[in-house]
Ligand binder design. Structure first.
Ligand SMILES: [Zn+2]
Length: 259
């Protein structure tokens, strides 16, 4: 922000001495935004973040997949890597789009303010400069960070869904972070916390092991699907891990035989 401070100080000086106009202010702002827009640093840091989160997630995948052998995860690595690459492209596109929106909003607001200053020789109110120049720029950066975090959650959810699908998960436990201080959780997601949902199409479902009343995962939104949802799932692979109330007679009989 050092460069920004200098540019603004220069602009204010020019204005006080009567050389500055609203058009010039806008020109400066446009140039600054163009620089932010072309800022490769944001893109690199987003890609790096996704790669880091990917490695961490794949490294401890067993944690969210109860009883799944490690080699299943290792075998899936190439497919998971593809998900990572796709997500990086999507995230960068999304961040660019949001950045453009934020920039055009900020420029529109700034134009409104600049054209309302009657005498450009008048003293500049620094609070106004902060409001119309610094704040929108900070907003753009904040938005990029927010999108990156959300994309990371979506990547992790996609990785786990791929593992679950390939590994033959039969159900999952919904996990919500509602206890976390300051987390703006969805009420209905809090209610899902700790509850088991069966995955339709699994071998256990096809075998008729679940009761018709068992809640199905295809009847609700998936974890991390809704914007900024930070919920996650623990996938289950064995009938023994399913609450008995969710099993059919056939399922209960299978459980007794297996015991
Ligand atoms: Zn959620």
């Amino acid at each position: 922000m050092k460069r920004l401070d200098r540019l603004i100080a220069e602009a204010i000086k020019a204005q006080i001495t009567g050389q500055q106009t609203a058009e010039n202010w806008q020109y400066i702002l446009q140039r600054l935004f163009a620089e932010i827009d072309a800022d490769a640093e944001i893109d690199t840091s987003v890609a790096a973040r996704l790669k880091r989160d990917f490695e961490a997630q794949v490294g401890k995948a067993e944690k969210n997949h109860k009883g799944l052998p490690r080699f299943t995860v290792d075998r899936l690595r190439p497919a998971l890597r593809k998900k990572l690459d796709e997500r990086i492209v999507q995230s960068l596109d999304l961040i660019k789009l949001r950045r453009k929106e934020a920039i055009s909003n900020a420029l529109a607001r700034f134009t409104g303010w600049a054209s309302s200053v009657p005498d450009m020789r008048a003293k500049i109110d620094m609070r106004e400069v902060r409001e119309h120049v610094y704040k929108p720029i900070a907003q753009v950066k904040y938005e990029a960070r927010r999108v990156a975090i959300d994309q990371s959650h979506k990547l992790i959810a996609a990785i786990n869904e791929t593992i679950a699908e390939d590994g033959g998960a039969i159900a999952l436990i919904w996990r919500s972070n509602w206890r976390q201080a300051g987390y703006d959780y969805r009420k209905d997601h809090k209610e899902r916390d700790g509850k088991v949902w069966i995955i339709p199409g699994s071998w256990a479902q096809k075998a008729g092991f679940f009761s018709a009343k068992a809640p199905r995962y295809d009847q609700i939104t998936h974890v991390a699907e809704e914007p900024y949802c930070r919920c996650y799932a623990t996938f289950l692979y064995h009938i023994e891990d399913i609450p008995k109330s969710m099993l059919s007679f056939k399922g209960l009989a299978y459980l007794r035989k297996a015991a």
